[in-house]
Design a protein. Sequence first.
Length: 267
Amino acid sequence: MRPVIGVISDVKASGGHVVHGVTEKYIYAVARGAQAMPVLVPGTISAVDAAMAPERLVVEEVLDAVDAIFLPGSPSNVGPQHYGDLPHDPPLPADPHRDDISLPLIKAALERGVPIFGVCRGFQEMNVALGGTLFQKLYQQPGRFDHREDSSLDIEGQYAPAHDVALEPGGLLESLAGAPTWRVNSLHGQGIATLAPGLAVEARAQDGTIEAFRVPDAPGFNLAIQWHPEWRFWEDRLSTGVFTAFGAAARLAAERRRGGPRLKAVG
């Protein structure tokens, strides 16, 4: 049996229904890159087809059911009210039903030492959950690059390497990369304005934008990355190393929870 990694779902409308889901590239990276069993964790369940009040998952129940948490990217953004800002006019894409579970889950996972890994929106969620703030439109900030993808390109062009990041000397990413810098893709319109207290920077872009961080005082594995290591992770040494390390942490957590080593998956 593989360790179980809970993957936080987006919640959005589709064809008159509410859909909880995750883009497959994230699920594949968890399944193959981390060698784990991905299990989708829904956001707030709104029961639109019944006369019932919305149901929020109990964070402790989620953490009792999984060995680690993965926070994937999304077209939506963390609600600005969670970091003391007002929404833009017109408002940017949001997902309050995801915020309802992801933000409290992050804090609880870190406190319990449950391995946690955030990518893109997940990176921003982790910063906000721990008391940091975001630029809602990073590309409008003086001196900052436009970190968004070129929407005129096909999907492979959008996810192609776009710029270098400087990896923090002695940090986790530098140890996995075996190099002081790395070239990464870039598909984000928002970015960190204020880093939450207690976080340690793992990577920065050339314009100073924070691209990765860790919570060094948390008892378990944790990492947040602004770029997209899930995209063709097997072709990139650092991306492969990140998911391998995350999977190893999840397996160790599973062994501790279940009192012994787990069987290796076949295939």
